[in-house]
Design a binder for this molecule. Sequence first.
Ligand SMILES: NC(=O)c1ccc[n+]([C@@H]2O[C@H](COP(=O)([O-])OP(=O)(O)OC[C@H]3O[C@@H](n4cnc5c(N)ncnc54)[C@H](OP(=O)(O)O)[C@@H]3O)[C@@H](O)[C@H]2O)c1
Length: 231
Amino acid sequence: MTTIGIIGAGEVGSQIARAALLHGYEVVIANSRGPETLENLVTELGPKARAAHAADAAEAGDFAVVAVPLKLVNDMPAEALACKIVLDTNNYMIWRDGHFEVIDSGEKTVHELRQEHLPTSKVVQAFTHIQAPRITTAGRLSGAPDRLALPASSDYPEAVELVTRLYDQFGFDTVDNSPLSESWRTAPGQPAWTELAHQTRDELMANLKRAHPLAAPTRDCPTEGSPHVRQ
Ligand SMILES: NC(=O)c1ccc[n+]([C@@H]2O[C@H](COP(=O)([O-])OP(=O)(O)OC[C@H]3O[C@@H](n4cnc5c(N)ncnc54)[C@H](OP(=O)(O)O)[C@@H]3O)[C@@H](O)[C@H]2O)c1
């Protein structure tokens, strides 16, 4: 039995928990306020789910999901997540998070920041491109013409492999958009974002190619005086 440690018990975390339980996983789920506040959720989820503090959920998981908006200062239990594959569902939402200069300038992607916060984990962007309620309803059997594809980006191939298996179990295809520095191609505002509700694998791959480089990462040979185009 594989256990998933899920940090974040809001819309996405709870919905990934429901999907995981339907597919034979155990889940240990946490929020910021403590397990006693998750009594109703774990009662609904049933006996293969329990609530815990974030560090305990991280410890318990064979792999982990972080379904928590990213803060500039790390608030995730990095030690307990060490050496584990960590699925990061975060999207950068200026209306919610405010402006992060490091992202706005194109220096880093939001998932690279999560990787920096969790330097000994293997971070992989996952479940960013599906509205939470659809995680349990939009899945289709492999080969269905209307099967949706979701992106995964990581600096670790084994993390993308794990997400690919999980997506497949939940009824979705994967488009590998690695490494993490490429995940700007799916950021809010990009074609892959605006069409997120209905992209097959071919459509998502085409939308990744249509992505517009919004800003320059400092490491990529910037052209003085003009916006740098990422390679
Ligand atoms: N909603 C969607 O359809 C959707 C789809 C794809 C991706 N996303 C992205 O996924 C992330 C989560 O979205 P959401 O809609 O699920 O958010 P949400 O409903 O607001 O839930 C956030 C969860 O994170 C928990 N949390 C916050 N800080 C924490 C900490 N330091 N330690 C442990 N838990 C903490 C919150 O716990 P408390 O309630 O106790 O504070 C809450 O359970 C966001 O980055 C969002 O952009 C959302």
